[in-house]
Design a protein around this ligand. Sequence first.
Ligand SMILES: [Zn+2]
Length: 329
Amino acid sequence: MNIDRRRFLSQTTKFVSAASCYGVFPTLHHSSALAQSATTKTPASSAKPQLALTMDDPTLKLNSTMYWQDANARILKAIGSRNVRAALFVCGMRVDESDGAKLISAWDQAGHLIANHSYSHLFYAEQTSYSDFAVDFLKNEKIIAPYRNRVALFRYPFLKEGDTAEKRDKFRALLRERGYRVGHVTIDASDWYVNQRLLHRWETAPATKVDAYRDYLIAHLLDRAAFYRQLAIDVLERDVRHTLLVHFNTLNALVLPDVMNAFESAGWQWIDASLAFEDPIFQRQPMIVPAGESLIWALAKESGRFTERLRYPGEDGEYEEPKMKGLGL
Ligand SMILES: [Zn+2]
């Protein structure tokens, strides 16, 4: 997916325009886990900033020496040690065999949300029609249907929500019709790229220690979290409950406990994903084209006030490459 992401990104249009916001999402259906908490308060400005872990693209093929069973156990143990519930965004094609059900079941039984990340991970821009994207989204419903903690949250692959206003709005209408909300990311990052470089290094230097990659990953995630937190405060004049995007991969399986520790040391508080998604910010639908990126990025873009702070795409490996090369990673 990562190589694909870069290739697709190079094909996407760079034009972005601002517009005004509208509307509110309907209430969620099939989402008892989201409805459990009664509070809809947002954190006070003096409180610790809060974030939930959201993990995308669980897979049976890690392209490394680690088996999915080991990765899954490590990741679930790390999250469980904080006594919080995460959200797992499942892309069907990566888990569509019997072992895939075992992988997802482990998350479901631990109480984590099971959500829809499409079947084929299509890039919703000029190369993908509305109808193809819609069919692919619906195809994935059967993958996550069996699970108790399934919720009607959809996360767009690559965080790309349509390259025209028509395609953007048609798919948003379909989500509404199906009772879905968008499982937005507020803190986007390029964890997948750090993992990709580590795996590549291991091909020629299998004894390479993970430490320096872990340190880079942690610094990168904390940096992006600080950026999106401040941007949210500047755009919305309040702290929001954040959703951090990380991926199901070898590096995260090895270092997730350190990542979670580092956020706590930096003053963040881990919360349940169901609680995070109750923040009213997740009802916003930024009217930008192309649509997508971090929700905070999109709202900032829509406001028209923060152009100098918004690169496009919001995050990508190309931004990390020179820094990692400079460090010999
Ligand atoms: Zn994905």
